[in-house]
Design a protein around this ligand. Structure first.
Ligand SMILES: Cc1ncc(COP(=O)(O)O)c(C=O)c1O
Length: 489
């Protein structure tokens, strides 16, 4: 045995002792308090079963299986109405374009279009979907950092309302594609306000690159330069943040007029308003949860900028700015994703198995949903409820992991719940933003999506079948074999 071995085992033992000692302290400091059920219009019946609109949620498993995404249609319509509302006394409100990438479930998008929203698309596929859903071309904004000439041609030929170009090199390409089609393209340019980190997105205002890009755009014969486009770098959750962002854009709009004689017709401020019940967990939060089983704390919901506050915070300063110049304001476009859809959907799942406290003091619950269907949870706080909560005390601290064979598949490193048994149901809240598009078929088929509204539950996407998963098998061998043994449809 090497001389280092006893020292190593001593230091491991010491670390365990310190950890155990601190664990009690850390847990004692930070008891988690659930956000109220009413935040999501949820209630519990006399048996402690979770309900939405008077319907027991655990009853959905029998027909649609588990896991399952459930859309709250009323909340979806409510959020849409808030974004489109014109603030009192204002001449105009915002023109609202649903961010397709956030939750590309056709049934969800159809509802948003019924509510008067347009489509914000970022790829040829999303553009295709918007056209198939019958969105009028002038109600489509086409964004995206990596569009091929073919995708640009599709956007120009279908006469979409606005194509926001991402870089100077893309504007030259867009002009060429428009010329080849014998058309003109209605374009905006994406800019990065001072202090923002643009990365691959947009041209910076503070380096002068954005102004130069506009100068170049105005020289292209086949582009109609209509708009300034920006997307906030990070979550907008307070009025001062929004005000600073809008102020920087208005300063740039003035500069375009003064230096290039361009009157901006469309100011498109992107998305990024926070969903009030979700926040990003810091690395510290995650470490504390993993190492000391400290439960995460919910965001300060009442302090987060509301949809109404956001619309006010956009419309008022823009109107005031142009009133002072004696000019009509530009059209104000917004492209919300997370604030529009985040809290309108939940993910129901079930406990597959439980393991009692192990040698490290962790009690495990292994779920049928994990990072394969809930990827944003690797860095976000999401409220979790038991589908049936027994009356009385007796909660236990669990580590909740998913069904894929990787240690990274952990949804909740620490969360207190009633005693769990296999088959028990759970509801992960705020699964309406980026859950569906980032879901994968990693070892499991993807869940269905069901909408709850006034009437009976309405399927929006059926659960994926194993046949779906092999439907692109080129020689077709798997499906043929399936049919040969009578297993196919
Ligand atoms: C250009 C653009 N618009 C809108 C959105 C939607 O953003 P959010 O979900 O943060 O509202 C995004 C998201 O990345 C985006 O890049």
């Amino acid at each position: 045995m090497s001389a280092g071995a006893p020292r190593a085992s001593w230091s491991r033992a010491a670390r365990t002792l310190v950890k155990r000692a601190l664990e009690g302290v850390v847990r004692g400091w930070t008891p988690r308090v659930d956000l109220p059920l009413s935040t999501w219009r949820l209630t519990r019946d006399a048996d402690g079963a979770l309900e939405l609109g008077g319907r027991r949620l655990d009853g959905l498993f029998a027909q649609w299986g588990s896991p399952l995404y459930v859309v709250d249609e009323m909340r979806l319509r409510e959020n849409a109405a808030r974004f489109t509302a014109r603030p009192e006394g204002a001449a105009h409100g915002c023109e609202v374009f649903a961010s397709y990438k956030t939750n590309p479930v056709p049934g969800v998008l159809r509802t948003l279009h019924e509510c008067g929203l347009g489509a914000e698309v970022t790829s040829a596929w999303e553009l295709w979907l918007a056209r198939r859903l019958g969105v009028a071309p002038e109600r489509i904004i086409f964004n995206g950092p990596a569009r091929t000439d073919e995708a640009l041609a599709e956007g120009i030929a279908s006469n979409v309302g606005l194509i926001n170009l991402n870089t100077r090199s893309e504007l030259v390409r867009a002009d060429r594609v428009a010329r080849q089609l014998g058309r003109r393209a209605r374009v905006g340019l994406r800019v990065v306000p001072p202090g923002g980190a643009g990365g691959q997105f947009g041209e910076r205002i503070d380096t002068g690159a954005a102004l130069e890009a506009f100068r170049e755009a105005l020289q292209q014969p086949h582009l109609d330069v209509l708009g300034v486009h920006a997307h906030y770098n990070g979550r907008i959750d307070s009025a001062p943040q929004l005000s600073q962002f809008v102020g920087a854009l208005l300063t740039f709009v003035d500069e375009l007029q003064a230096r290039l004689g361009l009157r901006v017709q469309i100011l498109d401020v992107g998305g990024n308003l926070a969903c009030p019940t979700v926040h990003t967990l810091s690395r510290r939060d995650l470490r504390l949860a993993q190492t000391f089983a400290r439960e995460p704390t919910p965001p300060p919901v009442d302090e987060v900028l509301s949809i109404d506050g956001y619309v006010e915070g956009l419309v008022r300063p823009v109107e005031a700015h142009f009133a002072a110049l004696g000019q009509p304001p530009p059209r104000l476009f917004v492209e919300p994703g997370r604030a529009l859809m985040g809290n309108t959907q939940m993910l129901l799942c079930r406990v597959a198995s439980v393991r009692d406290v192990d040698e490290a003091g962790v009690r495990w619950a292994i779920l049928d949903a994990g990072i394969n269907v809930a990827e944003p949870m690797t860095s976000e706080f999401h409220q979790l409820f038991a589908l049936v909560e027994p009356r009385g005390p007796g909660r236990q601290l669990y580590r909740l992991t998913g069904p894929t064979c990787t240690q990274a598949d952990c949804l909740y490193p620490a969360w207190r719940l009633p005693k769990l048994r296999p088959g028990d149901g759970l509801a992960i809240m705020d699964a309406g933003a980026y859950f569906v598009p980032s879901s994968t078929c990693f070892s499991h088929a993807r869940p269905g999506v069901v909408a709850l509204g006034d009437g009976a539950p309405r399927p929006l996407l059926r659960p994926e079948t194993f046949e779906d998963l092999v439907s692109r098998d080129e020689p077709g061998a798997v499906l043929r074999a399936l049919h040969a043994v009578g297993g196919g449809p």
